[in-house]
Design a protein. Structure first.
Length: 479
């Protein structure tokens, strides 16, 4: 469940209208910038480093035009800033169309099945990618990565942590699986807190355990009398929106004996016919999420990420558990009234073995594209080491390990934020469920969370969900 998601539209606040922008990148840039090829193999930060790499020619596809479809997202904003440099380095012109997130997924799905698909597109590394792979719409990238004439040696795919690549490998779990997308923005699930409200209502004490966080959120809501709330969470009935964050909170409750594996994630025990929604740790994780929803505003079950993020930016909530990608926006004084007053932390501990989750946007190539090689030139250029760090400064979620020591990334972000995200990412697990038929079952889990937030006993709500999901085993196995 890609956060259909959390990461889009941050740069343009919360607009919900289509902005289809066609940009033809011109080739008039003369000064190499981050990502622009300099012709030196030793410049591992450049985008098309290949004129100094044996066999790799950055100008090989000069004169071609590629068609790219992207979600409106801070990463996309960064790409737009560097398109002229890309064209100057490669001679490839880019026809870029962007869509607001509420429209993007339907638009790209339609386009991929049309007679004129995009050459390159963004996809959620979850059931979106799984569904596209299952429909034969994605081109495998492993052959391009392994070809020294198409990818410079300093591209270094091993710089991406295994956990970020796994959701893009298909068939999932197969030893011969190939990579079908490159992560471009990775988010993990952390705690944001308003320092002023913690001081005012909690004597400055930041909760160190999940149970303490739940109690603290309830305390703030009770004391504030509707002026502010102890927590704000996504509560809308949407698996696309809720499941990744909630999965992160379930991971926080897991004992070491439960080891989630793709494609099933934590919700199934190695087989689509074996949901494990009644496991005590899973029940507790869902109940934790529901408790924080309950401490939110009266309309908490109508709140999606634009609403929850805006409320936190406006100083209306003490705590917010959600995707790390929101951190930079909280420090943006043009959007946030709490800039300089936000604390960042990993999820307060539940289980001693608890972790959190991660989810990524990926860049993929359409199988039906007639311009695969030029498309890959774009993809490897905008996902190399230096460009990952540069664009990661806009998203707070650079997926490469090397970015964590790159000043272009670390120097642009709040130091406490960088530390919290780095610590969370070090043990985070993929939240993806790699099954294109999973959304109805996941919605049943969301319904259980909603029922718990409204007062139903967690064991009863999850038992009901278990029965409903069990009945879908055949549909899930058919994927």
């Amino acid at each position: 469940m890609a956060l259909k998601r959390t990461t889009g539209l941050l740069a343009s606040a919360f607009a919900a209208t289509l902005t289809a922008t066609t940009l033809a990148a011109c080739s008039q840039s003369t000064t190499p910038q981050p990502g622009a090829g300099t012709g030196s193999q030793s410049d591992s930060g450049s985008g098309a480093t290949g004129s100094g790499t044996a066999g790799f020619d950055e100008k090989k596809y000069s004169g071609q035009t590629i068609h790219v479809m992207l979600d409106e997202h801070p990463w996309t904003d960064g790409v737009q800033q560097h398109l002229k440099e890309f064209t100057a380095a490669t001679g490839i012109t880019v026809d870029l169309k962007t869509y607001s997130e509420d429209l993007y997924f339907d638009k790209v799905d339609q386009a991929l099945r049309s007679n004129n698909p995009p050459d390159v597109y963004m996809t959620g590394l979850d059931f979106d990618a799984a569904s596209q792979f299952g429909a034969g719409l994605m081109e495998p990238l492993t052959p391009y990565i392994d070809d020294a004439t198409k990818t410079p040696a300093d591209y270094d795919i091993a710089d991406f942590p295994k956990g970020t690549l796994q959701p893009a490998e298909f068939p999932s779990g197969d030893p011969s699986a190939k990579l079908y997308a490159i992560p471009v923005s990775t988010e993990t699930y952390i705690l944001f807190y308003n320092k002023d409200l913690v001081d005012k209502y909690l004597g400055g004490t930041v909760p160190q355990t999940m149970d303490d966080l739940i109690k603290a959120a309830a305390t703030v809501t009770e004391k504030a009398g509707g002026e502010v709330y102890g927590s704000v969470m996504r509560g809308v009935r949407s698996a696309d929106s809720i499941m990744d964050t909630m999965t992160g909170m379930v991971f926080n409750e897991l004992p070491a004996s439960i080891k989630p594996e793709l494609p099933y994630g934590v919700w199934w025990d190695g087989d689509w016919s074996k949901p494990r929604l009644t496991d005590p740790a899973i029940v507790k994780g869902v109940a934790d999420y529901a408790a924080l929803v309950k401490s939110g505003p009266p309309n908490s079950l109508n709140i999606d990420w634009p609403d929850s993020t805006a409320l936190f930016q406006q100083g209306k909530a003490a705590f917010y558990v959600d995707a790390s990608v929101f951190g930079p926006s909280f420090e943006d004084t043009s959007k946030s009234t709490v800039a300089g007053h936000v604390g960042y932390a990993t999820l307060p501990k539940a289980s001693p073995d608890g972790t959190t989750g991660l989810w990524s946007w990926g860049l993929a190539m359409a199988k039906a594209s007639p311009r695969h090689d030029a498309a890959w030139m774009f993809m490897q250029y905008f996902t190399n080491k230096k460009m990952t760090a540069t664009l990661g400064a806009l998203t707070g979620g650079a997926p490469r390990e090397s970015a964590t020591s790159d000043p272009a990334y670390t120097g642009a972000l709040n130091a406490d934020y960088v530390a919290a995200v780095g610590k969370a990412m070090s043990t985070a697990r993929p939240t993806a469920i790699l099954n294109g038929n999973a959304e109805p079952a996941l919605t049943d889990i969301v319904d259980a969370m909603i029922a718990i937030s409204q007062g139903q006993a967690p064991d009863k709500a999850m038992a009901d969900a278990q029965t409903k999901v069990q009945a879908q085993a055949g549909q899930l196995a058919a994927e």
